[in-house]
Design a protein around this ligand. Sequence first.
Ligand SMILES: [Zn+2]
Length: 602
Amino acid sequence: RQFDRTHYYMKLKILALTYQHSISTFKFYYVCAVAMAAVSCLLLLVSFMSTVDSYTIPSDYNTERNNLINSEKSMRVGGKLVLNTQEQLVNQFIVKEKRQLMDCSRLNRTGYAPAVSFFQSKSWIESTPIFKIIQKMPKGASLHLHDLAIASLDWVIKNATYRDNVYMCTDKNYYIQLSVFKNPPNNPDCPWKSVRSERSSSGNNQEFDLRLKRNISLLTTDPLVTYPTVDIVWDRFNAYFAQVIGILSYAPITRDYYRQALVEFKADNVQYIELRAQLHGLYDLDGTVYDPEYALNLYKNVTEEFVRDNPDFSGAKIIMSSLRLNENSNILNDIKTSMILYTKYPDFFLGFDLVGQEDPNHPLIYYINTLLYPSQQNPPFNLPYFFHAAETKWQGTESDYNLVDALLLNTTRIGHGYGLVKHPLLVEMIKERGVAVEVNPLSNQILGLVSDLRNHAIAPLISQDIPVVISSDDPSTWEALPLTHDMYVAFMDLTGEDADLAILKQLIQNSLNYSVLNQTESTSAFKLWQAAWDKFISDTINTWNLVNGGSQTSQICEVLKPVTTQISGSATSLKYVHIIFVIPMYILLSHAYIFLTTFIFL
Ligand SMILES: [Zn+2]
């Protein structure tokens, strides 16, 4: 029994020692766990501070910085324009959408769809809230357009080619040309066939029409392969005009095509256009070929009739355009015709321009004596010019110096002026004289001057409030809307993330200010525009529920790059993500770690 008692005490002592050892070991593990958690928290805090605290800017510095940024902002187009309370609601929504899209691309290194080839971005652009808003926006005037590329190809295919006496032929480059004949002439290189019979024998009208449209349109899914150089795309562009000039110069179709263009511009919320037209070559089925005055009257009559039917439309005016590959004698004839038309139709006929690819064709200086002809009359005749100038990437060439001649010849506006930014003195001159630059962003991209539209050469001039108007050149050639697509890319690419509704409003007001409307017409046009603008603002507020913070819009980042699932908007949002989620989560995990360590030991 004594042995048993001794044995019992020994067992008790061993248990006590084990317990004592356990306690000290437990303390060791506990201290280790707490120390590790503390070190981890410290490391997290350091990384957190390095992310967020870089935005804590000393207040003096911040004031100076903001002053500099705001001073520069006020120098750009629309920089001094003040938005009213209603406009600010729309503005907040537009800016939020723009910022989200730009930040998404910049911070997540995803593609930026608004700046890539229009051929690839077109349908994506059309799905965005900003596009839908700009589409509804009253956009004032479109001042740079060409007669054969203003109404949609759908109308040409579905309406014009369904008429009597329309013929087609396929040339050696497989381009289909369209024309109208009472009896088609023998044409061995491109034999004419009746479109009606061809369509009928195809057995599928829809398919036939689609193939016809694809053959005429410049739209392609692989622009870099199809149009690798400026010259190749210009060849294709020139081919387009050869394809449609026959059918669109048939006077009854010219009339309806032009009327359809006015319908489409109005539907796209453009209220006034200034159109460059060749005026030569309109014909009728009996073989009559009409003179430029007939063509001008055709445009005038259709315009007046359209304005009568649509009193909220401000009309259209015509600029005669000749090809810059013509000889001086032809150009002189057109100048003389322009002088007659300008005298006879001062409220409808505006002046003269030369068109065609500038680099390989005659520069303005080649025609200088012809172009000086009006001013050398006694008394001098003031024929206004509206020259295309420096639609080129070349610097210091004759095509670039078209800018110099355009200004010396007192051009009213400059078409494209893509090279202007390289000429500081000329930039000063156009600012002083109020010579507006007609910017056609999509045309410049499609015709090879710039691929990423954020690099557009006019962007620096917009930031200096150079007189700029946005237009669309030849929108139907590449199946763009009359003005919305160009206005969209101008806003998303040629202006910055912090450029807002004010810049759009100013660009639109510029389009009316730099038009050639007379004082009465201008007052009336601005009145119409202001009413449409006010309605647009209140409609936009309602449509997008802006009083209650705006409708939820789609996750733009996911559209741009499907694998992207998280939008990290900015350092500010990152800070809140840390505070709300990461730190509490980390504390929770630290405690779980300590608890588990203790549990395993026990
Ligand atoms: Zn043009």
